[in-house]
Design a protein around this ligand. Structure first.
Ligand code: SF4
Length: 372
């Protein structure tokens, strides 16, 4: 089954750490964009089976529920979307209300992923977020009242001035709110992030690396004790409620991306649409190709990719299956490079599976370089 990803590149304000493909919301541009992406979906559809639709951004919840409904309809008209497909809307708390949540549900959304990031006001301010912790709590309640019973929250750790105690406050608040799924991301400061300047100007600093590691390990244990299972480096879920869409990225699945900058993966092919919103709309209008980059992977590149993504999962990968699928013995190829990590307990090989230990997850970037 395919997943469909729809990119909505508009935000009410630009956060000072954000490196995503997004811009400020403008009603006229948004209207033209929605028409273009609907057309792209209708042109691409060949009736293939689809079991997940994911609206990501940007802030997709800035669209009107009627527009989200029209895009879901375009997906259903053009693909064979299963009746129980997971349909996720990334939502910023300030865009939610009881009525909008009901309307999104009526439009076909059955999973909402809230970008909360922190339950502390000072941290939200430092990040340039425009919601409050209370608004986030209320937004989750509004989604629940609307009958959306699959809710995910994002939190960010290792924020400027964040201590271990501050991080624990946010994790405890998340547990109180009780979402079905949560993603815990480490703040990554890209080279020219305005947040870097804010930090220099205001004298804000990051906790030492060891504290960041403790924050990560503590939160996973705390969440496990509260009924969540970690299933990926940054993701936990209640039993049976893993993100079906995101699993396609880690389990060597296939998906089509629509909208500016969206990536697609089918078989050996990888391609990416043009990133700029205006260029995307004008190419769509003129019938020009939307593709900015296209690559065909060799079996050995596909093997690397499958290992690189699969080892992010707590279940890891089945060495025999992956070796068979790509016609190359994983152990012969990478065993020597992996041995030091296995010796130090960062990588575990049991029977035919290979996976990262929890301490190995802290070093994932380094370990996964073995496959690149
Ligand atoms: S809301 Fe999300 S996508 Fe928009 S600027 Fe902030 S971090 Fe970036």
């Amino acid at each position: 089954m395919l997943g469909l990803y729809l990119h909505i590149p508009f935000c009410s304000a630009i956060c000072n750490y954000c490196n995503f493909n997004r811009g400020l919301f403008e009603p006229g541009l948004k209207n033209r964009y929605v028409a273009a992406i609907e057309r792209e979906i209708r042109q691409a559809g060949r009736g293939e089976g689809v079991d997940t639709i994911f609206f990501g951004g940007g802030t997709p919840s800035l669209l009107e529920p009627g527009e989200i409904g029209a895009l879901i309809r375009a997906c259903r008209d053009s693909f064979d979307v299963t009746r129980d497909a997971e349909v996720t809307l990334e939502t910023n708390p300030e865009t939610a209300s009881a009525l909008r949540m009901e309307q999104f549900r009526d439009a076909g959304v059955n999973r909402v992923s809230f970008g909360v990031q922190s339950f502390r006001e000072d941290e939200l301010k430092r990040l340039g977020r425009i919601h409050s912790a209370d608004r986030a709590r209320t937004a989750v309640a509004e989604a629940r009242q609307a009958g959306i019973d699959n809710v995910s929250l994002d939190l960010m750790m290792w924020l400027p001035q964040q201590t271990q105690a501050h991080w624990k406050e946010s994790v405890e608040a998340l547990i109180d709110v009780g979402p079905e799924h949560a993603s815990l991301y480490l703040l990554e400061l890209y080279p020219n992030a305005p947040l870097k300047e804010d930090m220099a100007r205001s004298g804000w600093s990051l906790a030492p690396d060891d504290d960041a590691a403790d924050m990560y390990l503590w939160s996973l244990e705390r969440l496990e004790n509260s009924g969540y299972e970690q299933y990926e480096i940054s993701n936990v879920a209640r039993s049976g409620l893993r993100s079906r869409h995101n699993l396609k990225y880690w389990e060597d699945g296939e998906w089509l991306g629509f909208g500016c900058g969206a990536h697609s993966t089918r078989g050996d092919l990888r391609w990416k649409n043009v990133s700029a919103t205006e260029e995307y709309i004008s190419r769509m209008a003129s019938g020009a190709s939307l593709v900015a980059e296209r690559r065909e992977l060799s079996p050995s590149q596909r093997l690397e990719e499958a290992l690189f993504t699969g080892l992010r999962l707590t279940d890891g990968i089945d060495l025999a299956k992956v070796s068979d699928r790509y016609g190359s013995d994983v152990w012969t190829r990478y065993g020597e490079a992996l041995t030091p990590f296995i010796r130090d307990g960062f990588v575990i090989r049991d029977e035919s599976r290979l996976r990262l230990s929890r301490n190995g997850m802290l070093l994932a970037n380094e370990i996964l370089q073995v496959f690149v």
